[in-house]
Design a protein around this ligand. Sequence first.
Ligand SMILES: Cc1cc2nc3c(=O)[nH]c(=O)nc-3n(C[C@H](O)[C@H](O)[C@H](O)COP(=O)(O)OP(=O)(O)OC[C@H]3O[C@@H](n4cnc5c(N)ncnc54)[C@H](O)[C@@H]3O)c2cc1C
Length: 298
Amino acid sequence: MNHDAIVVGGSFAGLSAAMPLARAGRDVCVLDSGRPRNRFASASHGFFAADGMPPLGLVAAAREKLGRYPSVRFIDTTAVAAEATAGGFAITLADGDRLDARRLVLAFGLTDDLPDIPGLAERWGQSVIHCPYCHGFEFIDRPLGVLATMPMSSHQASLIPEWGPTTFFLNGGAMPDEETCGTLAARGVTIEPAPVVSLHGASPMLDGVRLADGRFVAIAALYLAPRTRFQSPLAEQLGCAVEAGMFGPVITTDAMKLTSVPGVYAAGDIARPMHNATFASADGFLAGTALHQNLVFG
Ligand SMILES: Cc1cc2nc3c(=O)[nH]c(=O)nc-3n(C[C@H](O)[C@H](O)[C@H](O)COP(=O)(O)OP(=O)(O)OC[C@H]3O[C@@H](n4cnc5c(N)ncnc54)[C@H](O)[C@@H]3O)c2cc1C
């Protein structure tokens, strides 16, 4: 069957992209491998009318609403390959099946590469967190840490005192320049140069971190900005232009979320420098409407 559209990734961006297509009665197939990026958190915050819902529950609720439209099909699988064909595009699934579509939406999300420090990965999304707007309120007024992972970390360290007294762990890395140290001092941030060797507390909660020189620093939450990579190689396989973002690669799109390959749209974390479920959903809806109008007028 030649679908009007295949959406690769059935989370905030992908399900939002499929909605306007479904409401226009178009055949849309959503492929999803069930690994949304925020699945490690017990609650998702800040999403319109759904603050505090579990991430997987939020995605399941959106999927249930979308599933009420008769022209939508879901396949729980991984798309492993994509190529252009005479009529559009072909997607190969993990079991070897091939699906055809006139247009594609890529919404396959990112993977976070976490620092390899004992006790860190098991607390990811709980007491080791990336975004104060998502999870900061839960730790307000408690001692907080920021782990240096990239030059941008000093910006994060100067923001976090908004939520509580902050220690910036350089983790053995370079001391920031004089101006940045001045900004951090003005924000009341303590700079800790020693490497962090382990995290402690009744996981997934955090009591503090052990430094290489043996000292223990008590904190309730540790912020960090991870490096990111695409969950899937499909964009590269299709020849979509990719640029370097602050945290990792970003698929280049125009204002309507069209990639450099005609007929291929991209939305969500993979196609924007700043990551958040609300942004991903908005971009997905934009991609879906743009794709629909491209089917009509293109
Ligand atoms: C720990 C953590 C907590 C977070 N908390 C919040 C929060 O509280 N509030 C908030 O607004 N944002 C939060 N975020 C950010 C939020 O998770 C992302 O912005 C959002 O998930 C991006 O949505 P997306 O649809 O682009 O990608 P994702 O949600 O990551 O979904 C991508 C989907 O594509 C699927 N997929 C990947 N490859 C394939 C393939 N080849 N074939 C088929 N399917 C595939 C995946 O399985 C997944 O289901 C958090 C992020 C992290 C890391």
